[in-house]
Write a protein that binds this ligand. Structure first.
Ligand SMILES: [Zn+2]
Length: 141
């Protein structure tokens, strides 16, 4: 009589515990806990969750790096523009200003040395006045 009642109750009662991963029905909580340890669907789900977290983290890092590099690009473009403007201003000032001491030094450095051939070919242009003026300008007695 007791056995029949128990069997009847198990058959008629809906399963109380269901595995959320594989939907397997179990009659007792302890059975469900034991099932969870070996449930393949649960293991797959755990692995999927783990990799989804890693992917989410990597996507976030990628987005941060993208933002950082875009900002660096914006900054560098601004620096280039500033330098171009400065260079343009310097070029404009250099053109409008008379020759500076540096320009004169550069001109002197580019002069070719006087050779004997050069002096010989130009000696016909030399007058006595040149010699007299040259003597006075050097400060000799
Ligand atoms: Zn399961």
């Amino acid at each position: 009589m007791f056995k029949n009642t128990k069997r009847f109750r198990i058959k008629s009662d809906p399963p109380l515990y269901r595995c959320i991963y594989c939907q397997k029905s179990l009659s007792q909580k302890i059975d469900l806990e034991r099932h969870h340890i070996s449930c393949k669907s649960r293991k797959e789900s755990d692995i999927r969750d783990k990799y989804e977290k890693i992917i989410t983290c990597l996507k976030s890092q990628l987005r941060e790096q993208k933002d950082m590099y875009e900002q660096m690009l914006i900054d560098q473009r601004k620096t280039i523009k500033d330098l171009q403007d400065k260079l343009e201003n310097i070029a404009i000032k250099a053109v409008s200003r008379p020759a500076t001491k540096n320009t004169q030094i550069n001109y002197i450095q580019q002069l070719r040395p006087v050779t004997e051939e050069h002096m010989a070919s130009n000696v016909s242009n030399l007058t006595i006045d040149h010699i007299i003026k040259g003597h006075r300008s050097c400060g000799c007695p």
